[in-house]
Design a protein around this ligand. Structure first.
Ligand code: GLO
Ligand code: MG
Length: 344
């Protein structure tokens, strides 16, 4: 029995198209995904605004709310909650040079329209969390934008969201690069500084994705610990990554087992989940997988995460204390590896 509740987004089951090739699997309808997520053992679904309301641009704000109710009915049918809504500010032509920090006022207004609609949708789906993965907020060409102005524009956009609704919480999902070269808000440290600069820091926190931390050259378990110390870790996207490459979204724990263990361990030690937080798994199946394998990465990631929960339960804190007293960290390190190898 897991102590955590787990969540997943519809984009985590996809047809396999990438920058280098077309789809290799069939698209699966949203409702079928929700049904399967439930069967696999998930408790909640994560949304982009246009996952909840496809073709969102075609609707008035009132119509968006009506459309969102259809999605809510599907969640209710399968007993699934909604964890968050994230405006997808990287697909639409208006956002090709960023949303909130775009150089063009019209595009910034469009980004705010999507942010407000995301808040409206969250209300209908029964959640308070708005996630900002700031995909294109940054530069491809450094001199095209001022890093000072971009940071201020981001704070301004968050302030407007906080004003729009008094209940919502904003979670910045930090990432250092991709698709931009240099991101405005690359790490949770930056996120905390942005939070402090907004009009209501108590409603602005972070979401840590393992792979994004690794792309910034950081240990995700440490990033998790930092945000927990600030009382601002309100979401996680656990996954894995083989070094400094493109964002791989590999199954949790398959490349870096020890830091995967430590991510779970730090979450457990600090009561993550006690305020209703979910462990989100932002993983993608390999392109080589066939149609039947469409959910295999989710099944595997859940299995690994739960196995690591058990390992963390077994962690011998007395032994750890003794090693620290003796300052014998070699002994402690061997202990951890033996625990993970099943030798303990
Ligand atoms: C990509 C991000 C992306 C977000 C999602 C929700 O690198 O991890 O998958 O998590 O859009 O904000
Ligand atoms: Mg993510």
């Amino acid at each position: 029995m897991s102590r955590f509740k787990y969540s997943v987004g519809p984009w985590n089951v996809h047809s396999g198209a990438d920058s280098y090739g077309p789809p290799v699997r069939d698209e699966i309808p949203f409702e079928e995904k929700v049904k399967k997520f439930k069967e696999i053992g998930f408790d909640a679904v994560q949304f982009h605004d246009d996952d909840a309301v496809p073709n969102i641009n075609n609707y008035t704000p009132e119509q968006v709310i009506e459309e969102a109710k259809k999605t809510k009915a599907i969640l209710d049918k399968y007993g699934m909650a909604a964890e968050f809504v994230a405006p997808r500010l990287w697909f639409d032509p208006h956002t090709k040079d960023g949303g909130f920090c775009s150089n063009y006022e019209e595009d910034r207004e469009y980004a705010m329209w999507r942010a407000y609609r995301s808040i409206d949708i969250a209300k209908v789906l029964g959640c308070k969390k708005i996630v900002l993965w700031l995909a294109r907020e940054g530069t491809l060409c450094f001199e095209s934008k001022s890093p000072v102005e971009s940071t201020k524009k981001l704070i301004d956009a968050i302030n407007k969201m906080l004003d729009y609704d008094k209940d919502i919480q904003i979670l910045i999902e930090t990432k250092p690069n991709e698709p931009v070269d240099r991101s405005v808000c690359p790490t949770l440290g930056h996120c905390m500084a942005i939070s402090a600069a907004t009009k209501d820091p108590s409603r602005v926190g972070g979401l840590l994705e393992s792979a994004h931390a690794m792309l910034a050259g950081l240990d995700p378990a440490n990033e998790i610990g930092f945000a927990l110390a600030m009382g601002k870790l309100w979401g996680v996207h656990l996954n894995d990554q083989n070094g400094l490459k493109f964002d791989q979204d590999k199954s949790f724990g398959v490349e870096n087992l020890r830091t995967a263990f430590n991510q779970i361990k730090v979450l457990m030690e600090n009561g993550y989940g006690n305020n209703g937080e979910y462990i989100g798994l932002d993983v993608k199946v390999m392109r080589t997988e066939n149609q039947e394998g469409s959910y295999q990465h989710l099944i595997n990631s859940l299995k690994i995460a739960k196995a690591l929960e058990e390992k963390a339960e077994k962690f011998d804190y007395e032994f750890q204390k003794k090693c620290v007293e003796e300052r014998d960290y070699e002994k402690l390190e061997l202990y951890v590896v033996e625990l993970l190898l099943g030798l303990r």
